[in-house]
Ligand binder design. Structure first.
Ligand code: VAH
Length: 314
């Protein structure tokens, strides 16, 4: 059984549905800190309430459901983590240690995402290499680098089959992200349809890697199904689909909503986070070791986002 934490989050709410499609509803156990009764993840298969800082409960539930794979997604994102750094440490690192220990005791395959947030100001910013200096200046980044190293450790020390990717900003129309820095690239689509204008909290000219959620979901499944003997890296594969700055996504939206207007009210906290991250990262290792491929570029994503949001009645 596949055991997912953070199943009602931005990635989890779509990954659970996709994995239930692929592997069968009852083979994917969804968990999150709260139960939302009418949520399709709760309705379409096994669901358990789990606070990932409760290691004992996590072990019990994983054992009860005979987990053989753990997908650990529960975490606080970058902007929230900067507001509550110690809470972020407890959830992001406490939750990860519990998930790794549970996986070790039940000998599960293991996935947890890292992020472009695992890089810092001294990391080469353009075409950031797979192996390079990582001195992040955010609590989220410290959590992500520690997480990458911890997952590698569990592989080398205990032989645990840990795998992971460094996600760029993820854009989706199902569940909006909570507390991220890249969320402007999601909010802008909602606002373009609702009000025809958007005030960006990220400054003009600030490039960040991004990816449409369908590509992110496919990447997780492809990595988890990859031949382990081909994996020279294990965790923290750089993957990206595109890199853009606010003016570029606005221009793409204007191809569909011609009088869309954007102005700026830069949030110094999230701007500082964004500026500490790369402009664009290099996915070569992921392409070579497990055939990573993104299908959506900015044009294709924008077209699909606007159609899907309209269908949702935004
Ligand atoms: C965030 N969406 O903004 C997340 C992600 C690369 C960005 O880690 O914190």
């Amino acid at each position: 059984k596949i055991f997912v934490t953070g199943a009602l989050g931005q990635i989890g709410s779509e990954l659970v549905m996709k994995m239930r499609d692929v592997y069968g509803n009852n083979n994917v156990v969804a968990t999150d800190i709260r139960r939302v009764e009418d949520h399709e993840v709760v309705q379409s298969g096994p669901f358990e309430i789990l606070d990932v800082t409760d290691g004992k409960k996590m072990h019990e539930l994983a054992q009860k459901h005979k987990a053989d794979t753990i997908i650990h997604l529960a975490a606080l994102l970058s902007a929230t983590a900067e507001k509550n750094p110690m809470l972020a440490w407890n959830i992001n690192m406490g939750g990860l240690v519990n998930a790794l220990e549970t996986a070790r005791s039940l000998d599960c395959k293991f996935f947890t995402p890292s992020s472009i947030g695992a890089f810092g100001p001294s990391t080469p910013k353009d075409n950031t290499p797979q192996d390079t200096i990582q001195r992040p200046t955010t609590m989220y980044g410290v959590n992500k680098v520690s997480g990458e190293l911890l997952c590698d450790y569990y592989f080398h020390k205990f032989g645990l089959d840990t795998r992971g990717v460094r996600f760029p900003g993820l854009i989706s129309y199902v569940t909006p992200p909570g507390g991220g820095t890249t969320d402007y690239a999601v909010d802008i689509y909602y606002e373009a349809l609702k009000s025809g204008k958007y005030t960006s909290y990220i400054a003009k000219g600030t490039y960040m890697d991004m990816m449409y959620m369908p590509d992110a979901l496919n990447a997780i499944i492809k990595l988890m199904e990859a031949d382990p003997s081909k994996l020279k890296h294990r965790n923290a594969f750089n993957i990206t689909a595109m890199s853009f700055e606010p003016e570029q996504i606005a221009a793409e939206i204007r191809k569909h909503i011609k009088d869309f207007k954007m102005d700026y009210d830069v949030d110094p906290v999230r701007q500082a986070i964004a500026e500490s991250w790369p402009n664009s990262i290099d996915s070569t290792a992921a392409v070579e070791e497990w055939g990573f491929k993104a299908e959506y570029d900015l044009a294709k994503m924008t077209e699909d986002m606007l159609i899907k949001l309209k269908e949702k009645g935004i």
